[in-house]
Design a protein around this ligand. Structure first.
Ligand SMILES: C[C@H](O)[C@H](O)[C@H]1CNC2=NC(N)=NC(=O)C2=N1
Length: 163
């Protein structure tokens, strides 16, 4: 395994980079040109692709770690070797939790990409996002997470306890 070269910003000059096999070894071997989102704005204004797109492969842990800073408050988890994105919120009431799910459902339907929704202990919402068709993470997951971060869920959420 070659030591991974540092990711100089030049790679993102035109927001299009040649996939470097060593870094994106989860992708098809031949270097492909892909639009690589470089800021949260890019992710939240991108569109999910169909998950049955040919050549869609799970991204490497390193690639996921590189993208993670662009989706504030989301965590990267590894469950039975499946990388997923996870974020939790506290909602004001159980029914506001269901309203939360409704908003997320409309977004997911619009994107054709769907999260796993959990509502536990009446007011704890957790969302997990991963691409089931590839058994791991793809850019779709980061796009959906970025779009969830742009939603104004203020009236559904409990104010953070001011410490
Ligand atoms: C064809 C269409 O893209 C697939 O059925 C979609 C639907 N929503 C999806 N959502 C997620 N998270 N993973 C998938 O693999 C997936 N597949």
């Amino acid at each position: 395994k070659l030591p991974l070269p540092p990711f100089p910003q030049t790679y993102y000059a035109s927001k299009r980079i040649r996939m470097i096999p060593e870094i994106f070894n989860g992708f098809s071997s031949r270097p492909t040109i892909a639009t690589f989102c470089t800021t949260n704005k890019d992710l939240s204004t991108s569109k999910c692709v169909l998950c049955n797109t040919k050549d869609l492969q799970p991204m490497t842990h390193d690639a996921a770690r590189t993208l993670l800073p662009q989706i504030a408050e989301w965590n990267l988890v590894n469950e039975d070797d499946v990388l997923k994105l996870r974020r939790s919120w506290k909602v004001k009431t159980f029914t506001k939790g269901l309203e939360f799910f409704r908003i997320i459902a409309d977004l997911a339907e619009a994107e054709g990409h769907h999260p796993d929704l959990h509502l536990v202990g009446w007011n704890n919402v957790t969302i997990e996002i991963w691409t089931h068709s590839v058994g791991g993470l793809t850019q779709n997951d980061f796009i959906l997470a970025a779009k969830i971060n742009e939603l104004n869920l203020h009236d559904l959420l409990r104010r953070k306890a001011s410490n």
